[in-house]
Design a protein around this ligand. Structure first.
Ligand SMILES: [Zn+2]
Length: 283
């Protein structure tokens, strides 16, 4: 599943490809992708005549900013966009086509069919489901150590599921949580309220550097993810934990282990990420 760096990469390329283009008409061949409005003809009617002004992102949701509406799109497992000249043969599993007035087409393809699209009045999407409950944006300048820590450090929950929970922080999935916890030297099963001030600082920095590093190289290509221009990301070559069970840890040379935390496959180094630490007593 694409995480924040992959969605951000899609956002950037999609914006380059479609900003300024005017939608002439829309064809939907798989109605269940369209979550709002619940009528696909209405969906198409609302979009006709609208120009894409920009493409923004909130968590793992893409937001196509139109004249009067915001089109919110979630790629889920394997959704992807591509822009084609009209007349180009339409590939299998293409479920939504946006026809632009300049003769090009934005096509949405989704083999697994889990992706969703919602239309809201402009900016209203931020006040309603599914975006309203989303937590902190980790690449936003307001994502400070203080804000991050104060949101999580009272919780008696394991740190990994807390970081995966989109109501606290958005955009972090299994790959980047494992990488961030490793970089910070924090075991994934530590309860959040046992982390020291120094560990919070390391974890905050780890989350930001991991995500920024991944965005800089276009995200990771795990399975079939490609960005809006059909290119693969490169961050998978920089992963230090994810998918490396049994290989040597870069820091200590010990074997990387894999376990299950909160139902998710989890990679960690048992030397660099100690499972238990004495309870920290704060002043
Ligand atoms: Zn290690």
């Amino acid at each position: 599943m694409p995480e924040l760096p992959e969605v951000e990469t899609v956002r950037r390329t999609l914006e380059q490809l479609v900003a300024g283009k005017k939608i002439e008409s829309v064809k939907v061949t798989l109605p269940r992708i369209i979550q709002r409005p619940d009528d696909t003809e209405m969906f198409a009617a609302l979009l006709a005549g609208e120009t894409v002004r920009s493409v923004e992102r909130r968590g793992k949701f893409l937001r196509l900013m139109l004249d009067h509406y915001t089109l919110v799109s979630h790629l889920r497992m394997e959704g992807r966009y591509g822009v084609y000249p009209s007349g180009e043969p339409v590939e299998a599993h293409t479920h939504v086509i946006f026809y632009f007035t300049d003769g090009t087409e934005l096509r949405y393809k989704d083999v697994r069919q889990f992706g969703t699209m919602h239309i809201f009045d402009k900016d209203q999407d931020l006040l309603e489901k599914p975006l309203v409950k989303l937590g902190l944006e980790p690449l936003d300048e307001n994502f400070t150590l203080e804000v991050f820590r104060s949101k999580l450090d009272k919780r008696k929950t394991k740190i990994k599921p807390l970081l995966l929970n989109q109501e606290y922080i958005v955009g972090l999935g299994n790959i980047y949580v494992d990488e961030s916890l490793y970089l910070a030297g924090v075991h994934p099963e530590r309860e959040a309220n046992t982390l020291s001030a120094a560990e919070w600082a390391k974890l905050h920095e780890a989350v930001v550097t991991t995500l920024q590093g991944a965005v800089a190289v276009g995200g990771s290509s795990i399975k079939s993810y490609v960005n809006g221009q059909g290119e693969s990301g490169m961050f998978q070559h920089q992963l230090r934990m994810y998918g490396r069970k049994g290989e040597a840890c870069d820091r200590c040379g010990g074997a990387i282990e894999k376990t299950v935390v909160a139902g998710r496959g989890t990679h960690f180094c048992p030397n660099c990420q100690k499972p238990k630490k004495q309870r920290i007593i704060r002043k």
